[in-house]
Design a protein around this ligand. Structure first.
Ligand code: ZN
Ligand code: ZN
Length: 365
């Protein structure tokens, strides 16, 4: 029974044939890890019709042997750079037509490799491994569920420990600590803790000055990592009495999110799911204030295929796990975003996250 990594390499082999190439060179760190189980970096993987080769260096020789013993390796000499070694290997393997990840190397590295392969045709391709990564197997879904559980436990501690006299950056530090305490290897990204007007910046940096309690509400965007897989959530917390304007905007965002999630099912177009949320926000009178895509896939990367955006060509398939995160942002007042993680099931969708969203539940403990 081939293991999950060799099954993934076999799936990639199909695309090599479709691209009309003799091999594909995979150089994106997360893609090499996905295809082999290798957890290091500085390593390129060549996938051919009938075999694979990992090109690496002395630092990783033993680790490659331990983590992916079924992948043959070529350890480059200390005086040879990775891309020269890759070119050497491509030449020795007799590959005449090589696909490479156009988003997986610097232009300067590409030039080095090209110069060393005068007789080889090369072709940049995009999204081959990412398309495989977009569909999660049972084991991956179970791991993402654990990353969500770790994030949700951390949020409960965050809520319980929040002090209104602390700064955004102190609160964000607290969240990173709680995430690790709850089984996350690190924060999936730098947590966003943004109070009042600061939350109008969708990717706000926590501020060192000011007290959280000086604003009426707080946006918290955080996630955990378990065995490399990530979760991603956003919740609002209300630190004073809820104003009518907050309630009006919050309900519009929540309604947009619920309507969009209700349309998620296999075969749905990602752009149409985005459009449902956008129309709901327009109808509520906040047109033009939701200036980013509705969501993104999560997995080994925090942002990956599929993309819920107006310009997306993605079609939803069972096994995809994606965020749904509409927001309304008003300069000088603040932003409200609600983000949950959703699994596309064979007949619809399952919301994997469970932190309450009713307005009565938004105060710190
Ligand atoms: Zn997020
Ligand atoms: Zn997100």
């Amino acid at each position: 029974m081939p293991d999950r990594h060799s099954r993934r390499r076999d799936a990639l082999r199909q695309t090599v044939a479709t691209d009309g190439c003799g091999a594909i060179l995979v150089s994106t760190v997360v893609n090499v890890g996905y295809l082999t189980g290798f957890s290091g970096d500085s390593t390129a993987l060549i996938v051919m019709a009938d075999r694979d080769l990992a090109v690496s260096d002395f630092r990783y020789a033993e680790q490659l042997q331990n983590e992916c013993p079924d992948v043959p390796t070529h350890i480059r000499p200390v005086n040879q750079k990775l891309w020269a070694a890759v070119a050497d290997a491509v030449g020795k393997l007799g590959i005449g037509n090589l696909a490479f990840e156009a988003n997986g190397m610097f232009v300067s590295d590409h030039d080095t490799m090209r110069a060393a392969l005068p007789g080889v045709a090369t072709r940049g391709v995009i999204g081959r491994v990412e398309a495989l990564r977009a569909i999660k197997d049972e084991e991956e879904i179970a791991t993402i569920r654990r990353a969500i559980l770790a994030a949700e436990r951390a949020f409960a501690m965050f809520r319980a420990g929040l002090r209104l006299d602390e700064s955004e950056i102190d609160a964000a530090d607290g969240m990173e600590h709680y995430l690790r305490r709850c089984g996350s290897s690190a924060a999936a990204f730098e947590p966003i803790v943004a109070a009042g007007p600061g939350s109008a910046l969708p990717h706000a940096r926590p501020a060192a000055a000011g007290r959280i309690g000086d604003s009426d509400f707080l946006l918290v965007d955080w996630g955990a990592i378990v065995e490399g897989y990530r979760s991603d959530l956003t919740r609002m917390l209300v630190t004073a009495k809820v104003g009518t304007e907050f309630a009006r905007v919050y309900r519009a965002v929540l309604a947009a999110q619920e309507r969009a999630i209700a349309t998620i099912r296999p075969g749905a177009r990602a752009s149409e799911v985005d459009a449902v949320a956008r129309a709901a926000i327009d109808e509520a009178g906040f047109g033009g204030l939701f200036g980013h895509g509705l969501g993104h896939g999560i997995g080994l990367a925090i942002h990956e295929s599929p993309w819920l955006r107006p310009d997306s060509d993605d079609v939803l398939r069972p096994g995809m796990v994606l965020t749904v995160e509409p927001g309304i942002y008003r300069t000088g007042w603040g932003g409200i975003r609600i983000e949950d993680d959703v699994l596309v099931t064979p007949d619809g969708a399952e919301i994997l996250t469970s932190v309450p969203k009713a307005i009565e539940t938004l105060s710190p403990y």
